[in-house]
Write a protein that binds this ligand. Structure first.
Ligand SMILES: [Mg+2]
Ligand SMILES: [Zn+2]
Length: 194
């Protein structure tokens, strides 16, 4: 049987964004993520982190450094009774510099790979992130998408009116997000952009 997943951006979505940080001591989860993630997990959604990590291409840190940071994230979530089912990251720089990359969001490569490896039905899955590149990746992969626009700034981006980047829903934070996903009546015509 094919599984459903909630794909999650990391920086600015699950944890406070500290650019290019791999120091476990500086990883701080947003406190509003725990309850919704537990709820989604209980409903049978796989929880999978999908993250651009160009700090590797830029040589700010190594894949080993990143593994330490990811282990710390696993641990912080496990402490809250949340089990991540996978973490996928793109180590490449900008697509201009690395045309061979098919995974840096807004490209959907990481979602395709996760779907293949973890037997996920992308059409029954969601992509959640704090910027429109996350939305773009989700849409390109055929997922439904939610923009968690904590600063209320991202929704002002011009490209949000491009169908490739238009989220199904915009929320200010994680509260209510689980209910949104759990409600079976997702109506594409009804979402509104403030
Ligand atoms: Mg982000
Ligand atoms: Zn890549």
């Amino acid at each position: 049987m094919m599984e459903s997943a909630v794909f999650l951006d990391k920086d600015g979505t699950l944890i406070k964004d500290v650019p290019y940080n791999v120091d476990p001591a500086r990883i701080v989860c947003y406190s509003d993520i725990f309850e919704p993630l537990r709820g989604l997990q209980k409903r049978g959604y796989k929880l999978i982190v999908i993250s651009n990590q160009s700090g590797i291409a830029r040589r700010y840190f190594t894949a080993e450094d990143l593994d330490v940071a990811f282990s710390a994230l696993h641990e912080l979530l496990r402490y809250e009774h949340i089990q991540l089912d996978g973490i996928y990251y793109c180590p490449h720089g900008d697509v201009m510099d690395e045309p061979q990359c098919s995974c840096r969001k807004p490209l959907p490569g990481m979602l395709y790979r996760a779907a293949k490896e973890l037997h996920i039905d992308l059409k029954k899955s969601w992509m959640i992130g704090d910027i429109l590149s996350d939305v773009g990746a989700g849409r390109a992969a055929g997922c439904r998408t939610i923009l968690v626009d904590r600063s209320k700034e991202e929704r002002k981006q011009e490209r949000i009116s491009d169908p490739k980047y238009t989220p199904d829903f915009i929320v200010d934070d994680f509260y209510g997000l689980a209910q949104l996903i759990n409600s079976e009546k997702v109506d594409y015509e009804r979402y509104s952009i403030k």
